[in-house]
Design a protein around this ligand. Structure first.
Ligand code: NAD
Length: 262
């Protein structure tokens, strides 16, 4: 299926690895020019080289910086001639116990996983509406639908973003101008973050990482973790011309792990 995205420009945040990279790969395969960001320059440049090798017809620009900082966002926004597609992503907050979190810890989580995507939407959606095309995909978490006890910072900050997006996506000034805003909620995807989080949990519990991964797979009806490529494909579809009537939605990608009917 041709997704009708050839020649568009996307800003894909936090995209040197994992789910952000999967989204950039899927968009580049559809002929989308991309700006990708990350804090670590070497991994970001390596990913940019891979993307260029996969489709020589697109432009791939890199912006090294922290997307949760005003400077990082300004540099990312300035790198594309226009932004037709915005994929919001950043590292997730650390696990822990809420009794140990002070105001500063909370502010960092809210800044990264709620206010940063809101700032980037604020900077882009009105111009998208003026041009009559825009797609925003926010990478959130399955924790928005089924909270994870040790990830209270993520449960809270991402739920704030989800509530905000529910209202913004339904503004006629955006929805009637072919600007859609949706959230993708990953369950368990095989990325560096999941492996490092699980390795830490494994060493705490005295189990091996493989044993931990087996337990995790056993809790998922699909009996496996998701791949960044699958995640990217869902993102590309939400960005497609065909998806223009889908807005304000929360898509859970979890191999059937969430046990509810809806
Ligand atoms: P990852 O660690 O594999 O990749 C994260 C990417 O983001 C890297 O490219 C890193 O350089 C970049 N990055 C992190 N913080 C950044 C910042 N402040 N500015 C710029 N770049 C930054 O992680 P992932 O598994 O792809 O996760 C992506 C997001 O999805 C995270 O917020 C994570 O909490 C969330 N999530 C992931 C899963 C999963 O199963 N992988 C599940 C639920 C939620």
């Amino acid at each position: 299926m041709d997704l009708g995205l050839n020649g568009k420009w996307a800003l894909v945040c936090a995209a040197s690895k994992g789910l952000g990279k999967g989204c950039a790969q899927a968009l580049v395969a559809e002929g989308v020019n991309v700006v990708i960001t990350a804090r670590g320059e070497a991994a970001l440049r390596a990913t940019a080289d891979e993307l260029r090798a996969s489709n020589g017809a697109v432009q791939v620009r890199v912006v090294v910086g922290d997307i949760t900082s005003p400077d990082g966002r300004a540099a990312a926004l300035a790198a594309a001639p226009q932004i037709d597609i915005l994929v919001n992503n950043a590292g997730g907050p650390p696990p822990g116990d809420f009794r140990d979190w002070d105001r500063e810890v909370w502010i960092r989580a809210v800044d990264a996983n709620m206010l940063t995507p809101i700032e980037l939407m604020k900077a882009t959606v009105d111009a998208m509406a003026a041009r009559g095309f825009g797609r925003v995909v926010n990478i959130t978490s399955g924790a928005v639908k089924a909270p994870i006890d040790t990830l209270g910072l993520s449960n809270g900050a991402r739920s704030g973003l989800t509530g905000f997006v529910a209202g913004l996506a339904r503004q006629p000034a955006l929805a009637s101008r072919n600007v859609t805003i949706n959230n993708l909620l990953p369950g368990f995807f095989d990325t560096d973050r999941i492996r490092s989080t699980m390795a830490a949990a494994a060493s705490k519990s005295g189990k091996s990482l493989d044993a931990m991964l087996d337990v995790r797979r056993g809790s998922i009806p699909a009996r496996r973790l998701g791949t960044a490529q699958e995640f990217g494909a869902a993102c590309a579809f939400l960005c497609s011309a065909q998806a223009s009537y889908i807005t304000g939605q929360n898509w859970l990608l979890d191999g059937g792990a969430f046990p509810g009917t809806f």
